[in-house]
Ligand binder design. Sequence first.
Ligand SMILES: [Zn+2]
Length: 395
Amino acid sequence: MANTDPKGDIDYVLSDALVFISDEEDQGIQRGVKRSAEDAALVQEDQVKPTPAKRLEIDGEPSKVELDESGPPNQVDKPAEPSQTTVTPKTTEPSPAGHKEKTYTLVDQESEIKQALANLRECSEANSLLAVDCEAEKLGRDGKLSLVAVATERHTYLFDIKTLGAKVFDEGLRHLLQDPNREKLMFDCRSDSDCLWHLYAVKLTNVLDLQLMQIIHQESDKSHPYYGRVMPRDFQRRIKGFKKCLEHYVDDQNFARIKNSGLPLMGKDGVNWMKRPLIKQLLEYAAVDVQGFFPLYCKLKSAVDTPSAKKRLQVGSQRYLDLYQSKSVRIYDKYELNAFLPWRVLPDSVNETFYRQEVTCTGCKRRFPRSDFTKTQLRLGSQKCPVCKKIDKGC
Ligand SMILES: [Zn+2]
């Protein structure tokens, strides 16, 4: 059910072969989504305004993960490993600024927080672009946050939330992540946003989601079979995982090596992210993950080099941030966790940045215009959005 790595390395609840079998063949859209045997009971809930509660309970359902109810995981187990480490993922092409060697710093002492944040603010002044990623045991409001990785092109800071707790956010990381003047590169920000808001009252702002950017890039790729075609309404686009995107666009063997060595060490649901000291391979994995956002962005950014395309990405990214975070409960069923681009997340054009939220889809529980559903569906009270219909077909 829960994925260890919602960035796509474990491809959600589905197998690689099923999910990413084809992003270039029409018939690919007819296959791939495996029905979940554990469809959760449909809970009548709509999107509601989020509250900065530490954690929301699921009414009448056991927690997916046993949480320490005493509060955020801020207890110190042991002093962590030496804080300063160097990892050198080589890139096949120079990064935008031409830096080939990158380093990361583990911030696991209170005395280090302010300096790390000051360095991040200073380093990002030039272009204001940061990369942000979270590592957790079961990333989301029902999980436990281990690390927040924040990177500039030059350097990555791994903030140890397990060890330092909410203090990291209170001392300035919250302000940085919420700063509307700094763009943040993320990859599939849905679970990160859910986790940061519900556990630490951090509302991510001004995010450019690379998973959505890849979709836009694909649309503009003249060599792609879908280019220029008007797709039927029942065509639903698949999203790619981060690992797949790196392989396809960046093709960096060293990135792949470090990610592949770290992946099996996470444990079930990422339980090993909460152990201290964190092993070197996992620290490197976390650093490589977030550092990989920059070369990927470099490859994809041509797709959003017009104001209208950029606006479309910004609107889509904001909806992505809100998607899980704004739910009153998380269900983790097939309608929530699947490999399709959620319905109406990415506006078709910059002119469609608003839609009426009139009727609730009985699958994903999101609200859409009445015109998105058939009259028969509405009469029977079984209306589903096109993505949820696709999932029901077992495609
Ligand atoms: Zn739906």
